[in-house]
Design a protein around this ligand. Structure first.
Ligand SMILES: [Zn+2]
Ligand SMILES: [Zn+2]
Length: 678
């Protein structure tokens, strides 16, 4: 049998397969690539023609993915102009992508009488037991390595590498200050600071951020970092809670705007009903933190019926969990890497909190789109639950795709006119009257402030991406808030002209400082850049709503409203918004909590201006001008700006909904061109 096999880069091979079952689609195969090294592929089709190699083995008893997953990958490939199989693989947990690597080991023989250089190599390998061949060639003279090999002192061996990156979580093993003192290189310092900020980070996240594997390992060896494996609570020890009596609900697409607690109750009821009928449920979480919380909670009720696909699951368990999808009567919880589970059937697809980031960092694919496609392919009901719908979902509700059930907001809203101060007099009085209550201060910006260059008469920007740079007093540094690797400097100088910078505006650090000055350190006060759905406060204060409203982007108003809605959902008594930029009209709608009208108006404007969700917006960034290409092949209508500082042309193009012109794909292959799907 001749099968078409796709590897993680998206490339396909035609392979001869002797042991393949009758219908081999979706099975994982191991085979030798051109280089002679083994790699993993997924069978995506049958084929005729000339074989480029042969399948060496099938490591699993059942298919890794089913035809529905392949169809969805193709849909996504069309929508995002990407190779479908690359997209497919990007959503498969890394522990399924096995590959073969050449290693070097020491031969079991007498190592005396070696010269100094050879001894160095031997010591290097001895310490590590085995070393990838490539690494050795990079480190030492290749002639020496060949010589040692020819003399039988070292052995070359090919072994399968079964990646275990997902299970590992890194954190600091010693206090931050001490850690920073013990390393010299800037990159390692950045790595330490990054881990310190996040507390627990997986290796995948670190590599995504551009940190080096060798640096991580070095810090680990020196005891500066520690590595641990996160497990969900052991099940056998916990007696199961009785799920509350079923509230019978009719199957159908539903949007639930509510508090975290009610969303959880709803989920428990839904899962109980589906399990009762022996059916599967899939719950997708953009936020890992919420995934872990809900998973732990559901385990209390449904025990082993809860199947989690996440970074904190051991590879062996993850493997078993994955193939459990071939059965029925489970609830599957996961993030992006659970979307291609090979379900035998799927009763309900739930997206839990679309207010968190639904875009997959690796390729910008929107989890909401996948949830929708899954519900189509499996004919499942589609359920979204969030503090409040985002604009796109609001439109779907209007179109009747979701039935909307919403819980009223409890808190009262106050809007305080702000000029430039961190906290207005009005807000000060307001808080002072409730100084004992639990209060959350929301500051959209991290760090201490922006950095202003008087010579350039503008806020300093990141030379890589154009984001406004952040000044952190605590770290004594200015940096790019979007991607740390872009820019970071201890010198308080303008990256553009070298002039001295000044503080401007305020971020979380400064807000904390000012509030502390007014009210002294208080345990009932909290600070955040992004309110968490599962928390609750008596009062929430958005200190600088204008940070969002002042950005010249068509989504600014939407982002502002989302922040208001998220904050309102976690406030029990009152929500205070400090702003100078809210129009009188909007003000009265917000005070009356008439968000539907606010969304209606926003949609009307978007429709008039042919903006998303009524069109698709594509941004093309290019180092050379591509006007002619665009005019000739893609569209006459585009908006172009040259970003002098970054030396990049930015083209904004709007398209009708549906498929984008094929010609855009050509741009993807060009050098120094980047396509961003809004
Ligand atoms: Zn940047
Ligand atoms: Zn300057």
């Amino acid at each position: 049998m001749l099968v078409k096999v796709a590897i993680s880069s998206g490339r396909t091979y035609l392979l001869e397969c002797e042991d393949c079952p009758k219908n081999p689609i979706g099975y994982r195969v191991l085979f030798k690539g051109k280089s002679g090294k083994g790699s993993t592929g997924i069978i995506v089709g049958l084929s005729e023609g000339k074989a480029q190699g042969r399948v060496s083995s099938l490591p699993d008893k059942l298919p890794l993915v089913n035809t529905k997953a392949l169809e969805i990958a193709k849909d996504l490939g069309n929508y995002y102009l990407d190779i479908p199989w690359k997209i497919l693989w990007s959503f498969i947990p890394a522990s399924f992508d096995w590959y073969e690597e050449n290693f070097v080991l020491l031969a079991p023989r007498n190592l005396k009488n070696l010269d100094k250089n050879s001894l160095q190599v031997v010591e290097y390998i001895k310490k590590r037991r085995k070393v990838p061949y490539e690494t050795l060639l990079e480190r030492f003279d290749y002639r020496l390595i060949h010589l040692l090999k020819d003399h039988g002192i070292i052995l070359k061996k090919t072994e399968w590498v079964i990646p275990r990156v997902e299970e590992e979580v890194y954190s600091l093993n010693i206090p931050l200050e001490e850690a920073l003192k013990r390393v010299r290189s800037k990159e390692k310092k950045e790595l330490i600071e990054f881990i310190n900020e996040r507390e627990k980070v997986t290796k995948e996240e670190l590599l995504e951020q551009g940190f080096k594997s060798s640096h991580i390992n070095d810090l680990l060896k020196r005891g500066i970092l520690k590595r641990e494996i996160l497990y969900p609570k052991a099940l056998s020890e916990i007696p199961l809670k009785q799920a509350p009596p079923l509230v019978k609900r009719k199957k159908g697409n539903e949007y639930l705007s509510t508090s975290f607690k009610r969303a959880l109750d709803f989920l428990i009821n839904l899962v109980a009903q589906n399990l009762g009928g022996g059916k599967n449920t899939l719950v997708l979480f953009p936020s890992k933190e919420e995934l872990y919380r809900v998973s732990d909670e559901l385990r209390n009720y449904f025990g082993e019926k809860v199947v989690e696909i996440s970074a904190r699951i051991k590879p062996k368990e993850l493997y078993e969990n994955w193939f459990r999808a071939h059965e029925s009567g489970f609830v599957f919880l996961g993030s992006f890497k659970s979307v291609f589970l090979p379900f035998s059937e799927l009763e309900s697809v739930v997206l839990f909190n679309e207010q968190e980031n639904t875009k997959f960092p690796a390729n910008g694919v929107d989890l909401r789109r996948i949830a929708y496609l899954l519900s189509q392919k499996y004919a499942s009901e589609l359920i979204f639950t969030s503090p409040y719908p985002r604009l796109e979902s609001f439109l779907l509700i209007k179109k009747g795709i979701f039935k909307h059930r919403k819980e009223d907001f409890k808190a009262n809203i106050y809007i305080h006119e702000r000029k430039g101060e961190v906290i207005t007099e009005e807000t000060y009085k307001f808080i002072n009257d409730r100084v004992e209550e639990r209060t959350l201060f929301v500051v959209v910006k991290q760090g201490y402030s922006y950095a202003y260059c008087p010579r350039c008469e503008s806020l300093a920007e990141c030379p890589e991406c154009g984001s406004l740079l952040t000044f952190s007093k605590e770290k004594g540094e200015i940096f790019c808030p979007r991607v740390k690797k872009h820019y970071g400097s201890k010198a308080f100088e303008c990256p553009s002209c070298g002039g001295e910078l000044q503080e401007m505006g305020f971020g979380l650090e400064r807000a904390r400082e000012v509030i502390k000055d007014f009210f002294s350190e208080r345990e009932n006060f909290s600070f955040t850049t992004n309110p968490k759905w599962f928390e609750e406060y008596e009062n929430v204060v958005i200190l600088n709503a204008d940070t969002l409203l002042s950005v010249p982007n068509y989504r600014s108003r939407e982002r502002f409203l989302n922040l208001v809605l998220k904050s309102l959902r976690v406030a029990k008594n009152s929500l205070v918004i400090q702003s100078a930029l809210i129009s009188e009209e909007d003000k009265s709608l917000i005070l009356n909590k008439n968000f539907e009208e606010l969304f209606e108006r926003e949609l009307k404007r978007r429709k008039e201006e042919f903006l998303p969700p009524f069109s698709r917006l594509v941004v093309v960034e290019s180092e050379q001008e591509i006007d002619e290409f665009l005019k000739e092949k893609v569209s006459e209508n585009f908006f172009k700006v040259y970003e002098e500082f970054r030396e990049v042309y930015r083209y904004m193009l709007k398209f009708k909904l549906g498929r984008l012109p094929e010609e855009l794909k050509e741009l993807k292959g060009m050098k120094n061109v980047r396509i961003i799907f809004d």
